[in-house]
Write a protein that binds this ligand. Structure first.
Ligand SMILES: Cc1cc2nc3c(=O)[nH]c(=O)nc-3n(C[C@H](O)[C@H](O)[C@H](O)COP(=O)(O)OP(=O)(O)OC[C@H]3O[C@@H](n4cnc5c(N)ncnc54)[C@H](O)[C@@H]3O)c2cc1C
Length: 382
């Protein structure tokens, strides 16, 4: 796809690797500030393959700031409660004291961000793979072409080529558990009486760890994530072992039957990536390229969108010739809150502590409550 709209121009140009949630957010936010923006997506088409997603206040504020909020809301929902059940017994109902949150399908969020980026004037190239980047402000494509920019954004996901080509020092590891994700029909009538509009986190800890995260996304679609240790060959098998899953979670039989018929399911191990810096010269990393995290607190995309947005603001506000310094400052200011969220998510993944219920404490919702669009967010109160 190629869509070019000439912007009013602040004279600056950005090249972005990756048209996922982070890259599209950065594209929309930069283009709305007058940058010319070119996004390179290695895939042959612009689409999101995952299932569903939970977004919180931080990313909902970003959607508002890039003019995408109404579209996001149109086909999404706020479930009444986030419920946790252990061995079939309900242990908590959380509603976050009115903190805004929303569930939706990932294709819906992706389309919403894509539309916002295109409306703002970003140019998007599919089948365009970035193979390397240089801190002085170039990207090289698989075609051999080298492009120059005032800002290069590595938003190319957990296996980031931009990050690895530049040689950011990094630590990456996988946790013992992982998940297979599905988008299935709601099957509300067949599920029978119950609180089926809630997000429900079903934990089975004995005699083996198996988990189903049940997330209604709208009236029609349900996201379910089936968790099992990577070492559990039967639990992590795809297509899923229907007899196993229905024997442990019989109340979910109608939706598990649909999941068993899904085409091409994939089991994902939880990954964490920590890089020493978020920028090198005028190259900045955002999203999973910079801080892939375990999904325990459902904050990976939220942090990706928040950091992509604040990056765009910081680079736009930088005086001429000072983008490099502005990126260093951006990392110093924005990184600590993401680091804390990443660490908490890793700890929860390691301990499976979310199974206790009532784990969305004030501390654990720190990132969710953050407002990346508030210009005073870093002011120290007296
Ligand atoms: C099981 C699971 C559940 C999750 N649930 C939630 C949740 O509820 N809430 C939440 O906030 N987060 C959640 N997350 C985290 C969230 O999915 C990620 O943090 C988010 O998708 C990261 O977005 P991204 O744009 O950085 O990367 P990606 O989504 O990976 O996008 C990267 C894009 O770059 C492209 N690309 C890659 N390499 C190149 C290249 N060399 N050149 C050009 N293009 C390239 C890819 O094709 C892709 O389109 C979850 C994650 C998992 C694994």
């Amino acid at each position: 796809m190629k869509n070019t709209v000439s912007g009013n121009g602040n004279g600056r140009h950005a090249e972005i690797a990756g048209a996922g949630f982070a890259g599209l957010t950065a594209a929309a936010a930069l283009a709305r500030r007058g940058w010319t923006v070119r996004v390179h997506e290695q895939g042959p088409e612009l689409r999101e393959q995952g299932a569903g997603i939970v977004l919180w206040h931080n990313s909902l504020k970003v959607l508002q700031a890039i003019g995408a909020y109404d579209q996001a809301l149109a086909d999404s929902m706020t479930p009444p409660y986030y419920e946790t059940r252990v061995q079939g017994a309900s242990v908590s109902h959380e509603h976050f004291d009115g903190l805004p949150w929303r569930t939706m399908t990932r294709p819906h969020l992706h389309k919403t961000l894509l539309d916002a980026a295109l409306r703002a004037g970003a140019e998007i190239h599919t089948g365009s793979r970035v193979v390397s980047a240089d801190p002085r402000g170039t990207v090289t494509l698989a075609s051999g072409e080298t492009l120059t920019a005032d800002l290069v954004v590595g938003a190319d996901g957990v296996k980031s080529q931009v990050r690895d080509a530049i040689g950011f020092t990094q630590d990456r590891w996988k946790t013992r558990d992982g998940i297979t994700r599905f988008l299935v029909p709601r099957h509300k009538d067949e599920l029978g009486p119950g609180e089926w509009d809630n997000v429900i986190d079903f934990w089975n800890l004995e005699p083996r760890y198996l988990r189903v995260l049940y997330v209604p996304c709208n009236d029609r679609e349900l996201y379910i994530a089936l968790g099992a240790p990577a070492a559990d060959e039967q639990g992590s098998r795809t297509p899923i072992d229907l007899d196993l899953w229905t024997s442990v979670f019989p109340e979910l039989t109608p939706v598990l039957r649909s999941a068993a018929k899904a085409a091409d399911p994939r089991y994902y191990g939880y990954q964490t990536t920590v890089v020493d810096e978020w920028s090198a010269g005028v190259v900045a990393l955002v999203g999973d390229a910079a801080h892939a995290m375990c999904p325990a607190l459902a904050q990976g995309a939220g942090c990706a969108m928040a950091n992509a947005y604040t990056l765009a603001v910081a680079a736009s506000e930088a005086p001429d010739g000072e983008i490099e310094e502005s990126l260093v400052r951006w990392g110093e200011l924005e990184r600590p809150i993401t680091d804390r969220c990443q660490q908490r998510s890793a700890d929860y993944a390691a301990t499976r502590g979310m199974a206790q219920g009532n784990q969305f404490t004030v501390e654990n919702l720190e990132t969710a409550r953050y407002d990346p669009t508030d210009p005073d967010r870093h002011s120290v109160s007296a």
